[in-house]
Design a protein around this ligand. Structure first.
Ligand SMILES: *Cc1c(COP(=O)(O)O)cnc(C)c1O
Length: 234
């Protein structure tokens, strides 16, 4: 049996310890509970344990699960962290506070258009490809800068930082290098776009969140270590 509340609290404590050791403030690292493939019941257990930030990666699943939960718990924050097709933007926008997986200008333009329609502001992160094996995210620096520039002129979009997925490997140094790359890039881009506040660094998952916190993550996305393994056959 999985004890979601206990897992959540243990991970929160581990993050606090690592942040403190790294000379950072624990409150500067948010813990996101990634609830994809998990039930409303399991999500409620996490909420009761103190979780207030959730991540989902599929539009269909999010709109099936979260509208009810958000009615019951209006203070929880929900982010989309998976690849987003332009034709699904309209459906998801009313329920989420942030889209972490913006990887092209086209999707950004669609988010602005749909957010404007319902007069809602929405935070976004630019997803950046930092490792050889990961597939998603901006790879081209020029395209990334163009998207940041464009976002600064969009009235309903609040760009807040960057997200990355480390390469799928056991080699801790490769993972660390990928996180370090994102942090250095964010520093450069922040100075290039001084009017924006791009301080959010979403990096780290169940297997590598400890390294991510050491490398400056401000938001770790943890699924399995909180909820247990996902059942993909459901
Ligand atoms: C599923 C997912 C996570 C969480 O992965 P775990 O290994 O279960 O912690 C984090 N980020 C993204 C983008 C995901 O899709």
């Amino acid at each position: 049996m999985n004890n979601i509340a206990e897992n959540y609290k243990n991970i929160r404590n581990t993050i606090d310890d690592i942040a403190t050791k790294a000379g950072r403030k624990p409150k500067d690292v948010k813990l996101m509970a990634v609830s994809k493939f998990h039930t409303e019941h399991e999500i409620c257990e996490a909420i009761e344990a103190g979780a207030n930030l959730f991540g989902e990666n599929r539009v269909q699943e999010t709109v099936a699960k979260f509208p009810q939960l958000l009615k019951k718990y209006p203070n929880i924050e929900l982010h989309l962290i998976g690849q987003l097709q332009t034709n699904k933007v309209k459906q998801i926008i009313p329920y989420i506070d942030c889209i972490q997986s913006v990887d092209r200008l086209k999707v950004l333009e669609e988010i602005e258009k749909r957010a404007a329609t319902i007069d809602q502001k929405i935070k976004i992160l630019f997803e950046v490809h930092t490792g050889e094996e990961s597939k998603s995210g901006f790879t081209d620096r020029i395209l990334l800068e163009k998207a940041i520039e464009a976002s600064s002129k969009m009235e309903h979009i609040i760009p807040t930082g960057f997200m990355t997925l480390a390469p799928f490997t056991d080699d801790k140094e490769i993972i660390r290098a990928s996180f370090r790359k994102l942090r250095l890039l964010s520093v450069e881009l922040q100075s290039k776009f001084p009017t924006l506040d791009l301080c959010e660094l979403s990096m780290g998952m169940s297997s590598d969140y400890q390294i991510a916190v050491e490398e400056g993550s401000t938001l770790v996305r943890v699924g399995t270590a909180i909820f247990g393994p996902r059942n993909y056959s459901k």
